[in-house]
Design a protein around this ligand. Structure first.
Ligand code: NAP
Length: 292
């Protein structure tokens, strides 16, 4: 599915370039962030393969809030830049919300500006948060009629849990959004026809917490130690402690019970970066006054 959408993005980007119009993503990163480097690399690689210009804007770890906002305003004003992403996390002394608000909502590739989040309340997803949109698109791709279904979302973050809850509500699901204060998580997950889990805790959702035949979207990304034959953590070929990436859902036993499930890695992740670049191309089209 990601490949189909990527082909459409490449076609749209080529059409824009053929008319001499810019289509580009500026990736703003403050300091060296090994934890987000993998995501930055995949953006860069995918931009290159789809014909979208990629501008890395590397800023020093010591940058002030004002200087960061000034840089973002410069990118807002540049006709060569049609999409902007601010890599998180920022150093803790900087205010993320204020920095994200500095991005022009029309260039907001990640869909995190309050204007774009607010538009979701009206069912307008022009610049929807990429991960929420990725989960939603995967659900829609099943062609299951969502009207009247019970949907449980675990996690209520601004970029995943809350926006995907709104999207499912727009499709007339009965939505329950769970969070850290939810008293009986399993009570809500067990009655879900569609279960979306976006927490960041490996093994949070076990097989006895899901309904037979449900649809499960696992957004979580967790690095966990790989156990060795002696029960201790295995080592890589280079003798370093071995880790693997898993989601929030106990995949194998849950997969036996449900009708649909997304794997980690390889499920929501590839769709998220695809949605990011779809936002970039759509923003470029709108910026150049073209209809979508
Ligand atoms: P986040 O901002 O940390 O949000 C996690 C949410 O889970 C919070 O709302 C938190 O509630 C809730 N939570 C924590 N423990 C819980 C529990 N035991 N039961 C129910 N809810 C609980 O994280 P995020 O940015 O939404 O990301 C969630 C996960 O998705 C992470 O693993 C992240 O790495 C992954 N992710 C994947 C992609 C992708 O492309 N695949 C993209 C983005 C994120 P409180 O706030 O009340 O504590």
């Amino acid at each position: 599915m990601a490949n189909t959408i990527r082909a459409e993005i490449a076609r749209d980007a080529a059409a824009l370039r053929a008319e001499g119009k810019f289509v580009s993503l500026a990736c703003v990163q403050v300091g060296a962030k090994p934890e987000s480097q993998m995501y930055v690399n995949s953006q860069k690689k995918l931009c290159a393969s789809l014909g979208i210009e990629f501008h890395m804007v590397q800023l020093p770890d010591t940058i002030s809030q004002t200087a960061l906002q000034h840089k973002i305003h410069e990118l807002n004003a540049s006709p060569e830049i049609t999409g902007i992403i601010l890599e998180l996390p920022l150093p803790s002394r900087l205010n993320t919300f204020i920095a994200q608000r500095a991005i022009d909502p029309n260039k907001d590739a990640e869909g995190v500006h309050p204007v774009n989040l607010g538009l979701l309340v009206y069912g307008i997803a022009h610049h929807a948060p990429c991960t929420a949109m990725a989960a939603y698109q995967l659900i829609k791709s099943t062609n299951v009629d969502l009207r009247g279904l019970e949907c449980t979302v675990v996690g209520h973050s601004q970029i995943v849990g809350k926006p995907v809850s709104l999207m499912m509500l727009h499709d007339f699901c009965t939505v329950t959004t769970c969070h850290i204060a939810t008293r009986d998580l399993a009570l809500h997950t067990r009655r879900a026809d569609v279960l979306i889990v976006a927490v960041g805790k490996a093994g949070l959702v076990k097989a006895d917490m899901v309904k037979e035949g449900a649809m499960v979207i696992d957004v979580g990304v967790n690095r966990v130690p790989v156990p060795g034959p002696d029960g201790k953590q295995a080592l890589t070929e280079k003798g370093k402690p071995a880790f693997k990436t898993v989601g929030d859902v106990d995949y194998d036993p849950v997969a036996e019970k449900v009708a649909w499930i997304t794997p980690v890695p390889g499920g929501v992740g590839p769709m998220t970066v695809t949605m990011l670049l779809r936002n970039v191309v759509n923003a470029a089209k709108r910026g150049h006054g073209l209809n979508l």
